[in-house]
Design a binder for this molecule. Structure first.
Ligand SMILES: Nc1ncnc2c1ncn2[C@@H]1O[C@H](COP(=O)(O)OP(=O)(O)OP(=O)(O)O)[C@@H](O)[C@H]1O
Length: 256
């Protein structure tokens, strides 16, 4: 289980996260939505321990990852997979080497076991004959799937996705959503998915939370999200430039 408790993150005078609280139960997929710059990626990076919060705590299986020993943090990292916004594959490595990377670092598998596991994971995400290719030879959707294969290779209990469908065509986006659902059902993983893509959020999430001005302003099931009258959520899910959420376009229009 993941528990985020009164999490604050400040860069100088800028308060990005202002007291975030939520829980993700085992086996659940939580989607975090919110407009650009509201701190979704910063929140995810705090949860996986890539950056330290200003205050507050993140518990993963009872371990406070913001304040634990290096050994406890390493043990927690072995349980978590991270799919970065831009896939973040290592450009100089082949797809095989990319997927094998975590297995070499975090497991005691021998060469043959690594090879079998890499093939199994690439098959799971629907990629064929790509082992010897470099990331630059793959399309955006294939890169996302390769990044997913890398994240699931060492069988993590938790997977964190940062905008897994951004930049993909609608069909590929839907295929990635299906893949996230399959991973939850087949591997029983617990996931947090940061996304702008409401079609995907409605499809994959058990619960949705919305960040606004550094706070959680809404929490509910996809059905509740569709029905809510919360004006911030309504504006976001309807993709309207009119409403409480200020956008660059609002500012430009105000000046006319
Ligand atoms: N290292 C940093 N120093 C100062 N400010 C930062 C730093 N990293 C992020 N920020 C600021 O934190 C805010 C939240 O950024 P974040 O990347 O989490 O937004 P986001 O909600 O994920 O946006 P998007 O949906 O566009 O990816 C932004 O205003 C950003 O400028």
């Amino acid at each position: 289980m993941i528990k985020v408790k009164d999490l604050h993150k400040q860069f100088g005078f800028k308060h990005v996260l202002c007291g975030i609280n939520f829980e993700v139960r085992d086996g659940e997929t939580l989607a975090i939505i919110g407009s650009s710059g509201t701190g979704k990626s910063i929140l995810l990076k705090n949860i996986v321990g890539l950056i330290k919060p200003t205050s507050g705590a993140v518990y993963i299986d009872g371990v406070n990852v913001t304040n634990c020993s290096a050994e406890e943090l390493m043990n927690t990292h072995k349980k978590t997979g991270y799919v970065f916004q831009e896939s973040a594959l290592f450009d100089s490595m082949t797809i095989f080497e990319n997927v094998a990377f975590g297995l070499k670092m975090l497991t005691k598998y021998n060469e043959e076991e690594i090879s079998q596991r890499v093939s199994q994971c690439l098959k799971m995400v629907g990629l064929k004959n790509v082992e010897r290719l470099k990331p630059s030879e793959l399309s955006g959707g294939m890169k996302k799937r390769a990044a997913l294969a890398r994240a699931i290779a060492y069988q993590p209990k938790y997977i964190f996705y940062d905008e897994p469908t951004t930049g993909l065509d609608p069909i590929m986006s839907d295929a990635i959503s299906d893949l996230i659902i399959n991973l939850r059902e087949n591997l029983k993983v617990t996931s947090i998915v940061v996304t702008h893509d409401m079609k995907s959020a409605y499809k994959i999430a058990d619960r949705i939370i919305m960040l606004y001005k550094g706070e959680v302003v809404f929490e509910g099931t996809p059905q509740e999200t569709k029905k809510t009258k919360n004006p911030v959520v309504r504006q976001f899910v309807e993709g309207s430039s009119h409403g409480p959420i200020q956008t660059e376009r609002n500012f430009e229009m105000d000046g006319l």
